[in-house]
Design a protein around this ligand. Structure first.
Ligand code: 0PR
Length: 382
């Protein structure tokens, strides 16, 4: 019911606090299955301060628009591209939708089809539904990466693009993007890399010496990349990222908004009015942490994952789905559903809907949290 009379601020706050009391918070150490994290204090400060900035009307917020451009430039450079074209968007879902939309609009075929791995995130189902693009699923190999031969077999005249994943949602697997890129070049089809999670992990892990495939614009077939600052970038929600190699992709999805303060403005994003503060926070976090800072975060997360995987292997009745590739460890148990239920009852923020439990070593996850979790796990398995 819409209240007739307003009430005092403190009363509202007290009522609200009560209502959200049951929310799990990142500082509780109980959230182990999320790809989001406790936002960095600098990012929080920026959001608070500049919450009014709207990138949907860049003529009003000229400075913020420039900062978004610089952010896209910095992300492009992280991904091996001197000048990229893109936006800070609401998340990986919007970024993936924009990529599929750009591929569809530039391909101009009557019955568009997109080839993607069976491990792809469900955001592509939304893209398919919204854009009338048929999804053609490619199978996975034993190591859970996409079967590139199967991708090749599925290419037709209707193929508008191929998707590769750099950090799958369930297991953190990185597809053989170099092989997919070769295919893309050979057949003249654009390749989109969903690095929503891996984009803020792989470049740093490679610099630390982890053996991971190339996945970015250094590969000629890669035409677009999703990279989400609101995952391992430690920026508050919403902050996704989409980068295109060429301007034509962005232009193909740009709609004129003729009456805005900046004169005739072109909008490529799904959202019109959109938070400038989050783009400013991405810029600030990249400036503040730099490559070295993110490398430190990733080093800890990768080491913790290897340690955790080793501990899991020592528990009878528990098995790893595969050795960790990035900072995600997924495992199964004999009576998974009962174990999940009991772990949740004990307050753990995890899920097992894919047939395994996924633990994501986000920056808020510490060894002591995992030790406590392992203790509970040993108690709940038969
Ligand atoms: N691409 C990949 C590879 C993803 O893993 C995800 C999200 C997306 C795209 C879509 O990104 P947005 O959710 O930003 O639109 N993967 C997470 C997942 O499904 C999303 C998530 C995050 C779920 C935090 C739970 C959570 O607590 O696991």
């Amino acid at each position: 019911m819409f209240p007739e009379k307003g009430v005092d601020e403190n009363e509202v706050l007290a009522e609200l606090e009560k209502k959200i009391e049951k929310d799990l918070t990142f500082d509780s150490g109980k959230i182990l299955g999320s790809m989001c994290t406790y936002p960095h204090p600098l990012a929080r400060r920026i959001i608070r301060e500049y919450i009014d900035r709207n990138l949907g009307d860049p003529g009003l917020h000229v400075g913020s628009r420039k900062v978004e451009e610089e952010t896209v430039e910095m992300l492009s450079s992280l991904l091996g591209l001197e000048k990229g074209y893109g936006h800070i968007v609401s998340g990986g879902t919007e970024a993936n939708i924009l990529a599929v939309r750009a591929f569809r609009n530039t391909a101009r075929v009557e019955k568009p089809e997109l080839i993607l791995p069976e491990s792809a995130h469900f955001s592509f189902l939304k893209a398919s539904d919204l854009l009338g693009v048929k999804l053609v699923w490619a199978g996975l190999k034993e190591d859970y990466s996409v079967d590139v031969d199967d991708v090749e077999d599925k290419i037709t005249d209707n193929t508008i693009g191929i998707v590769g994943i750099a950090g799958t949602t369930g297991l953190g697997v990185v597809d053989d993007i170099p092989a997919l890129s070769d295919l893309a070049v050979d057949y003249g089809i654009p390749l989109h890399v969903d690095a929503a999670f891996g984009g803020f992990v792989i470049p740093f892990a490679k610099a630390l010496g982890y053996d991971l495939p190339d996945f970015d614009f250094r590969l000629k077939g890669v035409q677009s990349i999703t990279i989400d600052p609101h995952k391992m970038g430690m920026v508050p929600i919403p902050a996704g990222g989409i980068i295109f190699r060429e301007k034509k992709f962005l232009e193909s999805i740009s709609i004129p908004a003729p009456y805005l303060a900046g004169g005739k403005v072109w909008q490529a994003t799904i959202t019109g009015t959109r938070p400038g503060a989050n783009a400013l926070a991405v810029w600030a976090m990249i400036k503040h942490l730099g490559f070295e800072g993110y490398k430190r975060v990733v080093k800890e997360a990768m080491e913790l994952s290897r340690w955790f995987a080793g501990e899991l292997k020592r528990i009878p009745g528990v098995y790893l789905i595969r050795e960790p590739v990035l900072n995600i460890v997924s495992f199964g148990t004999e009576n998974l559903e009962t174990a999940e239920e009991e772990l949740k009852r004990r307050g753990w923020g995890i899920s097992a809907h894919r047939g395994y439990i996924r633990i994501v070593m986000m920056p808020h996850v510490r060894r002591e949290h995992l030790e406590a979790f392992l203790g509970d796990l040993m108690e709940v398995i038969p």
